[in-house]
Design a protein around this ligand. Structure first.
Ligand code: NAP
Length: 230
Protein backbone atom coordinates (compact mmCIF):
# COMPACT_ATOMS: atom_id res chain seq x y z
CA UNK A 1 0.00 0.00 0.00
CA UNK A 2 1.39 3.38 -0.99
CA UNK A 3 -0.15 6.43 0.63
CA UNK A 4 0.30 10.18 0.63
CA UNK A 5 -0.04 12.30 3.77
CA UNK A 6 -0.82 15.94 3.03
CA UNK A 7 0.17 18.04 6.03
CA UNK A 8 2.59 15.38 7.28
CA UNK A 9 4.67 17.66 9.52
CA UNK A 10 1.85 18.78 11.82
CA UNK A 11 0.89 17.16 15.11
CA UNK A 12 -1.79 14.96 13.52
CA UNK A 13 0.36 14.37 10.43
CA UNK A 14 3.35 12.99 12.32
CA UNK A 15 1.16 10.53 14.22
CA UNK A 16 -0.35 9.42 10.91
CA UNK A 17 3.12 8.89 9.44
CA UNK A 18 4.03 6.67 12.38
CA UNK A 19 0.82 4.61 12.19
CA UNK A 20 1.28 4.19 8.42
CA UNK A 21 4.90 3.06 8.79
CA UNK A 22 3.84 0.66 11.56
CA UNK A 23 1.58 -0.98 8.96
CA UNK A 24 4.39 -1.23 6.44
CA UNK A 25 2.92 1.33 4.07
CA UNK A 26 5.08 3.30 1.68
CA UNK A 27 4.60 6.97 2.62
CA UNK A 28 4.90 10.19 0.65
CA UNK A 29 4.59 13.27 2.89
CA UNK A 30 3.75 16.80 1.80
CA UNK A 31 4.54 19.73 4.08
CA UNK A 32 5.68 23.33 3.97
CA UNK A 33 9.36 23.76 3.13
CA UNK A 34 10.15 25.30 6.51
CA UNK A 35 8.55 22.34 8.30
CA UNK A 36 10.62 19.62 6.64
CA UNK A 37 12.97 19.35 9.69
CA UNK A 38 9.94 18.37 11.80
CA UNK A 39 9.99 15.09 9.87
CA UNK A 40 13.67 14.36 10.56
CA UNK A 41 12.80 11.29 12.62
CA UNK A 42 11.23 9.73 9.50
CA UNK A 43 13.45 11.15 6.78
CA UNK A 44 15.10 7.84 5.85
CA UNK A 45 11.79 6.00 5.71
CA UNK A 46 9.47 8.33 3.80
CA UNK A 47 9.59 10.52 0.70
CA UNK A 48 9.08 14.19 1.53
CA UNK A 49 7.79 16.68 -1.03
CA UNK A 50 8.11 20.22 0.34
CA UNK A 51 5.72 23.03 -0.53
CA UNK A 52 2.34 24.56 0.25
CA UNK A 53 -0.36 21.91 0.42
CA UNK A 54 -2.61 23.87 -1.96
CA UNK A 55 0.06 23.80 -4.69
CA UNK A 56 -1.79 21.81 -7.37
CA UNK A 57 1.32 20.68 -9.22
CA UNK A 58 2.91 19.48 -6.00
CA UNK A 59 -0.19 17.54 -5.00
CA UNK A 60 -0.47 16.02 -8.47
CA UNK A 61 3.08 14.71 -8.12
CA UNK A 62 2.62 13.58 -4.50
CA UNK A 63 -0.53 11.51 -5.00
CA UNK A 64 0.70 9.75 -8.12
CA UNK A 65 0.37 5.98 -7.70
CA UNK A 66 -1.07 6.28 -4.19
CA UNK A 67 -3.81 3.89 -3.05
CA UNK A 68 -4.82 6.32 -0.33
CA UNK A 69 -4.43 9.97 0.63
CA UNK A 70 -4.70 11.32 4.18
CA UNK A 71 -5.28 15.08 4.15
CA UNK A 72 -5.14 17.44 7.11
CA UNK A 73 -7.59 20.21 6.25
CA UNK A 74 -6.05 23.37 7.71
CA UNK A 75 -7.92 26.60 6.94
CA UNK A 76 -4.89 28.85 7.44
CA UNK A 77 -5.02 32.42 6.18
CA UNK A 78 -7.81 33.89 4.13
CA UNK A 79 -6.88 32.59 0.69
CA UNK A 80 -8.77 29.31 0.51
CA UNK A 81 -5.89 27.15 1.71
CA UNK A 82 -8.01 24.22 2.89
CA UNK A 83 -10.40 24.22 -0.06
CA UNK A 84 -7.46 24.58 -2.46
CA UNK A 85 -5.78 21.59 -0.83
CA UNK A 86 -8.97 19.51 -0.91
CA UNK A 87 -9.69 20.39 -4.53
CA UNK A 88 -6.20 19.42 -5.65
CA UNK A 89 -6.46 16.05 -3.87
CA UNK A 90 -9.94 15.42 -5.34
CA UNK A 91 -8.72 16.33 -8.83
CA UNK A 92 -5.46 14.43 -8.90
CA UNK A 93 -5.78 11.34 -6.68
CA UNK A 94 -5.85 8.23 -8.80
CA UNK A 95 -9.33 6.86 -9.54
CA UNK A 96 -10.50 4.52 -6.80
CA UNK A 97 -8.01 5.78 -4.21
CA UNK A 98 -9.30 6.11 -0.63
CA UNK A 99 -9.32 9.76 0.38
CA UNK A 100 -9.49 10.58 4.09
CA UNK A 101 -9.79 14.19 5.29
CA UNK A 102 -9.58 15.63 8.81
CA UNK A 103 -11.68 18.46 10.21
CA UNK A 104 -13.54 19.43 13.37
CA UNK A 105 -17.02 18.79 14.76
CA UNK A 106 -18.22 22.17 13.49
CA UNK A 107 -18.48 20.68 10.00
CA UNK A 108 -21.93 19.25 9.29
CA UNK A 109 -22.77 17.09 6.33
CA UNK A 110 -26.54 16.95 6.48
CA UNK A 111 -27.44 19.67 8.98
CA UNK A 112 -28.62 17.04 11.50
CA UNK A 113 -25.82 17.66 14.03
CA UNK A 114 -26.98 19.12 17.32
CA UNK A 115 -24.57 21.59 18.89
CA UNK A 116 -24.66 23.04 22.37
CA UNK A 117 -25.18 26.78 22.65
CA UNK A 118 -21.70 27.09 24.14
CA UNK A 119 -20.16 25.29 21.15
CA UNK A 120 -22.01 27.51 18.68
CA UNK A 121 -21.03 30.68 20.52
CA UNK A 122 -17.37 29.61 20.74
CA UNK A 123 -17.18 28.72 17.04
CA UNK A 124 -18.82 32.04 16.12
CA UNK A 125 -16.60 34.17 18.38
CA UNK A 126 -13.32 32.36 17.69
CA UNK A 127 -14.15 32.14 13.98
CA UNK A 128 -14.85 35.88 13.85
CA UNK A 129 -11.65 36.83 15.68
CA UNK A 130 -9.28 34.60 13.71
CA UNK A 131 -10.86 35.76 10.45
CA UNK A 132 -10.55 39.39 11.54
CA UNK A 133 -6.81 39.05 12.10
CA UNK A 134 -6.59 37.06 8.85
CA UNK A 135 -5.12 34.06 10.65
CA UNK A 136 -7.70 31.36 9.92
CA UNK A 137 -10.91 31.19 7.89
CA UNK A 138 -13.19 28.51 9.33
CA UNK A 139 -15.56 28.95 6.38
CA UNK A 140 -12.78 27.74 4.12
CA UNK A 141 -12.86 24.36 5.88
CA UNK A 142 -16.64 24.36 5.44
CA UNK A 143 -16.16 25.02 1.71
CA UNK A 144 -13.49 22.31 1.48
CA UNK A 145 -15.87 19.78 3.00
CA UNK A 146 -18.77 20.89 0.80
CA UNK A 147 -16.64 20.06 -2.24
CA UNK A 148 -15.63 16.70 -0.76
CA UNK A 149 -19.25 15.79 0.08
CA UNK A 150 -20.24 16.64 -3.52
CA UNK A 151 -17.46 14.53 -4.96
CA UNK A 152 -17.91 11.01 -6.33
CA UNK A 153 -14.45 9.95 -5.13
CA UNK A 154 -14.14 7.34 -2.34
CA UNK A 155 -13.94 9.91 0.47
CA UNK A 156 -14.31 9.91 4.24
CA UNK A 157 -14.34 13.11 6.32
CA UNK A 158 -13.25 12.42 9.89
CA UNK A 159 -14.61 15.02 12.31
CA UNK A 160 -12.44 15.36 15.39
CA UNK A 161 -13.66 16.33 18.86
CA UNK A 162 -11.53 18.42 21.21
CA UNK A 163 -8.07 16.87 21.26
CA UNK A 164 -5.52 16.03 23.93
CA UNK A 165 -2.05 14.53 23.93
CA UNK A 166 -1.17 11.27 25.63
CA UNK A 167 -0.52 7.62 24.83
CA UNK A 168 -2.95 5.74 22.63
CA UNK A 169 -6.14 4.44 24.18
CA UNK A 170 -7.21 2.59 21.04
CA UNK A 171 -9.40 3.25 18.04
CA UNK A 172 -11.94 6.03 18.74
CA UNK A 173 -15.64 5.28 18.46
CA UNK A 174 -17.84 7.34 16.17
CA UNK A 175 -21.34 8.41 15.42
CA UNK A 176 -23.13 10.04 12.53
CA UNK A 177 -24.13 13.19 14.34
CA UNK A 178 -22.66 15.54 16.91
CA UNK A 179 -25.17 15.54 19.74
CA UNK A 180 -25.45 11.73 19.82
CA UNK A 181 -24.96 10.60 23.46
CA UNK A 182 -21.89 8.48 22.69
CA UNK A 183 -19.98 11.64 21.75
CA UNK A 184 -20.89 13.63 24.84
CA UNK A 185 -17.39 13.54 26.38
CA UNK A 186 -15.99 15.51 23.40
CA UNK A 187 -12.38 14.40 23.83
CA UNK A 188 -10.01 12.29 21.76
CA UNK A 189 -6.27 11.65 22.02
CA UNK A 190 -4.60 13.14 18.95
CA UNK A 191 -2.64 9.93 18.41
CA UNK A 192 -5.96 8.06 18.20
CA UNK A 193 -7.50 10.61 15.82
CA UNK A 194 -4.53 9.75 13.58
CA UNK A 195 -5.18 6.04 14.13
CA UNK A 196 -8.79 6.46 12.99
CA UNK A 197 -7.63 8.31 9.86
CA UNK A 198 -5.17 5.54 8.94
CA UNK A 199 -7.63 2.73 9.75
CA UNK A 200 -10.24 4.43 7.55
CA UNK A 201 -8.01 3.75 4.53
CA UNK A 202 -8.96 0.08 4.70
CA UNK A 203 -12.49 0.40 6.08
CA UNK A 204 -14.90 0.58 3.16
CA UNK A 205 -17.85 0.98 5.55
CA UNK A 206 -16.62 4.54 6.04
CA UNK A 207 -16.80 5.49 2.37
CA UNK A 208 -19.05 8.54 1.97
CA UNK A 209 -19.38 8.92 5.73
CA UNK A 210 -18.44 11.88 7.96
CA UNK A 211 -17.82 10.11 11.28
CA UNK A 212 -17.69 12.34 14.36
CA UNK A 213 -15.22 10.64 16.70
CA UNK A 214 -14.57 10.46 20.43
CA UNK A 215 -12.00 8.56 22.52
CA UNK A 216 -12.99 4.94 23.19
CA UNK A 217 -12.10 5.30 26.89
CA UNK A 218 -14.08 8.47 27.51
CA UNK A 219 -17.04 8.37 29.90
CA UNK A 220 -19.63 8.74 27.15
CA UNK A 221 -18.07 6.00 25.01
CA UNK A 222 -17.85 3.62 27.97
CA UNK A 223 -21.40 4.41 29.03
CA UNK A 224 -22.60 3.65 25.52
CA UNK A 225 -20.75 0.33 25.66
CA UNK A 226 -22.55 -0.52 28.89
CA UNK A 227 -19.49 -0.10 31.10
CA UNK A 228 -20.23 1.46 34.48
CA UNK A 229 -18.07 4.52 35.03
CA UNK A 230 -17.11 5.17 38.68
N1 NAP B 1 -6.80 21.32 17.47
C1 NAP B 1 -7.99 20.82 17.80
O1 NAP B 1 -8.45 20.92 18.92
C2 NAP B 1 -8.81 20.11 16.75
C3 NAP B 1 -10.06 19.62 17.12
C4 NAP B 1 -10.80 18.92 16.19
C5 NAP B 1 -10.33 18.71 14.92
N2 NAP B 1 -9.12 19.22 14.55
C6 NAP B 1 -8.64 18.97 13.19
O2 NAP B 1 -7.47 18.18 13.28
C7 NAP B 1 -6.61 18.48 12.21
C8 NAP B 1 -5.24 18.73 12.77
O3 NAP B 1 -5.28 19.86 13.61
P1 NAP B 1 -4.26 20.12 14.79
O4 NAP B 1 -4.85 21.26 15.58
O5 NAP B 1 -3.99 18.85 15.49
O6 NAP B 1 -2.99 20.71 14.10
P2 NAP B 1 -1.81 20.04 13.32
O7 NAP B 1 -1.95 18.58 13.27
O8 NAP B 1 -0.55 20.57 13.85
O9 NAP B 1 -2.05 20.56 11.85
C9 NAP B 1 -1.91 21.86 11.46
C10 NAP B 1 -1.48 21.84 9.99
O10 NAP B 1 -1.51 23.17 9.51
C11 NAP B 1 -0.23 23.51 8.99
N3 NAP B 1 0.03 24.91 9.25
C12 NAP B 1 0.27 25.53 10.43
N4 NAP B 1 0.42 26.85 10.26
C13 NAP B 1 0.27 27.08 8.94
C14 NAP B 1 0.29 28.23 8.12
N5 NAP B 1 0.48 29.44 8.64
N6 NAP B 1 0.10 28.09 6.79
C15 NAP B 1 -0.11 26.88 6.26
N7 NAP B 1 -0.17 25.73 6.98
C16 NAP B 1 0.02 25.84 8.29
C17 NAP B 1 0.73 22.61 9.72
O11 NAP B 1 1.87 22.47 8.94
P3 NAP B 1 3.33 22.83 9.48
O12 NAP B 1 3.87 21.58 10.08
O13 NAP B 1 4.01 23.25 8.21
O14 NAP B 1 3.23 23.96 10.48
C18 NAP B 1 -0.09 21.31 9.81
O15 NAP B 1 -0.02 20.58 8.61
C19 NAP B 1 -7.24 19.64 11.44
O16 NAP B 1 -7.91 19.14 10.31
C20 NAP B 1 -8.24 20.22 12.43
O17 NAP B 1 -9.34 20.82 11.79
C21 NAP B 1 -8.34 19.90 15.45
Amino acid sequence: MKICIVGASGKLGKYMVQHALDRGYEVVGVCREKSVPKLDAFKDRITILPGPTNDRELIQKAVQGCDGVLTVLAPWGVHDYASGTAQAVLDYAQPGARLIFSCGWHITRDGQDVYSTLFKVLVAIIGFIVRLVRLVDLNDQVEACRRIFDSDTRWTVVRGSDLEEGPSQGLPVWSHHVGDPILKSNLTRRIDFALFMVEALTNDDLIHEAPAIVGCKTASALEHAGVTVQ
